[in-house]
Design a protein around this ligand. Structure first.
Ligand code: DGT
Ligand code: CA
Ligand code: CA
Ligand code: ZN
Length: 579
């Protein structure tokens, strides 16, 4: 965790605590400041050393919040936060990690039942005390119980979107060191799994001790968990980073081994055995003349090991892309020459689900368009939230406002260098209905429909009904899951995909790292059943356009080729799909 993240976490905690105490307006300001500090490209300490005014240069950070940041950087704490912690002595982070429990609920439950911790919350829910509190019911109490369980088991794994930047930072730090000949991030991160147990970094070098020393000196390291001659582990924030150093001529073998998955490696090793080869993290060895091949690590005649491609080649296979290495038929496909020609990041040409300050985004229509052009997109759809189920606090635009916004989008589009589609993100009701009137939908270029409420149980029929609505073009984040927080709807993907394909509706891979929805296996099932996939960031600010790559790699985990994905087409192709 960087210092900016640490400061952002404290500001977010301030926001939650103020919210829990029913303070108005301030929570929103603190939350916005937290996001902007988190996304700020320079270290906050440097600004803070120049004083309050310099910190106030950050978007959304006014004098009051700037002085709190300076106070924290100078003294290590914020007085007002300490007071808030005393006034409301609750574990707000743990409690709000339960789906359906927001800061306001935490405040209410503390007042009514003195609930401070997850254990308190669980005890009270089990004793039926929560449904007795005004504003709560038996159903809410049941949801809280289910949410506690999910929050408990989920909290240890890191989101891909948090781990990837950390892995890249470790990689470029080590790459600069003279005794490092090769460095790659391996493990689940290289396979782009949606959540990550730990980050595995692999170095090829003849000087393990110096590399380990360099690694443990890394200024992002907070704790050195262990350090040996060729291995070390660090903690950075809540993430564990493992380093292994191997001889350069064995780098490819180690990279293959430590990329995993275990299932993929087991299947490969069996293929090796069939060929009288021994395969391990040191290389592939011809053991046809060895009496006891199980005996040693490096036995027989070395066949390959320096590059990963040579490892696969020794088994008469093309290199299998890491996203496919899950033991789900990829080796058979590789052997048959039937690996998919996977979609690449550069294939994506635009973003078809984004928000502005007309709903809960941070930026104007023009700013979002300009940033999309700067990002390199050829087109952009503006799809603000419509009012409806799941939109709390007056976030969505009603039909009349939406009509007005269409005019604004068309006007902004006249000045834009890229093609702009006027859209909406409508809500899908529990019965599959769409929360915007048909005559308004008909005026739009593009309609995303997404589930935002009632996100449990089987959603197949509900989503099919939405997909079959003649004016709906995209089903957004179909399951509605939040990684580590709620599993979302259960879906029969083949049925949904067939209906969507027939109706000409695309299914989204929402690239926001908190969602990655659809996930890889769902994408694969949907493509096999004939659906068109679309990859969107759901950006609420320009920074989030970067998330697109998480969506691309998630689609690659679903064996997606460029042709399977709507927004690899040019803007004419998009128009053709929408008509
Ligand atoms: P994670 O960290 O839980 O998200 O998942 P991975 O896949 O990164 O697993 P990790 O960090 O335990 O180990 C990295 C890779 O190393 C793993 O994908 C496969 C390989 N590996 C580690 N230990 C073993 C093992 O005992 N047997 C086999 N076949 N492979 C292993
Ligand atoms: Ca790992
Ligand atoms: Ca590991
Ligand atoms: Zn949404």
């Amino acid at each position: 965790m960087t210092r900016n993240d640490a400061v952002a976490d404290l500001l977010a905690e301030m926001a939650d605590r103020l919210d829990a105490m029913d303070v108005e307006y301030k929570p929103r300001a603190y939350r916005r400041a937290a996001e902007n500090v988190r996304g700020y490209p320079e270290p906050i300490d440097r600004l803070a050393s120049e004083g309050t005014e310099a910190v106030g240069e950050i978007d959304g950070v006014g004098d009051a919040i700037a002085s709190k940041i300076v106070e924290y950087v100078e003294t290590g704490s914020i007085d007002e936060l300490e007071e808030l912690r005393e006034d409301l002595p609750v574990e707000i982070d743990a409690l709000t990690s339960v789906e359906g429990v927001g800061p306001k609920t935490v405040g209410t439950l503390y007042e009514a039942l003195e609930i401070r911790t997850l254990d308190d919350l669980e005890d009270a829910a089990e004793a039926g005390e929560i449904q007795a509190v005004k504003g709560f019911g038996a159903k809410t109490e049941q949801n809280i119980l289910a949410g506690i369980e999910f929050a408990r088991q989920a909290h240890e794994r890191q989101l891909l979107g948090e781990a990837v930047p950390l892995g890249e930072s470790a990689r470029s730090y080590l790459a600069n060191h003279p005794s490092v000949e090769a460095v790659e991030v391996a493990g689940s991160l290289r396979r782009w799994k949606p959540t990550i147990g730990d980050v595995d970094v692999l170095v090829g070098s003849d000087d393990g001790e110096r590399v380990v020393e360099t690694f443990t000196d890394w200024d992002e390291a907070e704790t050195v968990i262990e350090a040996g001659e060729t291995k070390a582990s660090l903690r950075v924030g809540s993430v564990r980073v493992d380093l292994r150093v191997v001889a350069p001529e064995e780098f490819g073998a180690a990279l293959q081994y430590f990329t995993g998955s275990r299932d993929h490696n087991v299947a490969l090793r069996n293929r090796a055995i069939e060929r009288e080869l021994k395969m391990n993290e040191y290389g592939i060895f011809d053991v046809s003349e060895v009496e006891e091949p199980a005996g040693g690590q490096r036995v027989g005649k070395r066949v390959s090991g320096e590059t990963e491609a040579s490892m696969y080649a020794a088994l008469e296979l093309p290199l299998v892309p890491p996203e496919l290495r899950e033991g789900r038929g990829e080796i058979e496909a590789a052997a048959a020459g039937e690996l998919p020609d996977l979609l690449a990041e550069r294939d994506v040409r635009g973003d078809l689900h984004t928000h502005t300050d007309w709903s809960d985004g941070d930026n104007s229509i023009a700013e979002m368009i300009g940033a999309a052009a700067a990002f390199g997109h050829d087109y952009l759809a503006i799809t603000d939230h419509a009012t409806g189920p799941g939109m709390v606090g007056g976030v969505g635009v009603d039909d009349e406002t939406l009509r007005e916004q269409i005019g604004e989008i068309r006007a902004a589009s006249d000045d834009a260098d890229i093609e702009v589609f006027a859209g909406v993100e409508a809500n899908i009701g529990e019965d599959g209905s769409i929360s915007v009137a048909d005559d308004v939908l008909a005026e739009l270029d593009l309609v995303v429909a997404s589930p935002h409420a009632a996100l449990s149980g089987d959603g197949t029929d509900r989503l099919i009904a939405a997909a079959e609505h003649p004016l709906v073009d995209i089903i957004g984040h179909p399951t509605g899951r939040y990684l580590n927080r709620r599993p979302g709807l259960t879906i029969e993907y083949d049925r949904l995909a067939e209906a969507a394909a027939d109706a000409g509706t695309a299914l989204e891979v929402n690239a926001n790292p908190r969602r990655l929805d659809l996930g890889g296996q769902a994408v694969r099932a949907a493509i096999e059943a004939g659906a068109t996939i679309v990859i969107d960031t759901d950006a609420h600010r320009p920074d989030s356009y970067e998330y697109i790559r998480y969506g691309v790699h998630t689609a690659r985990r679903g064996w997606a080729e460029a042709d399977d994905v709507l927004n690899t087409r040019d803007s004419g192709g998009i128009r053709g799909f929408l008509d």
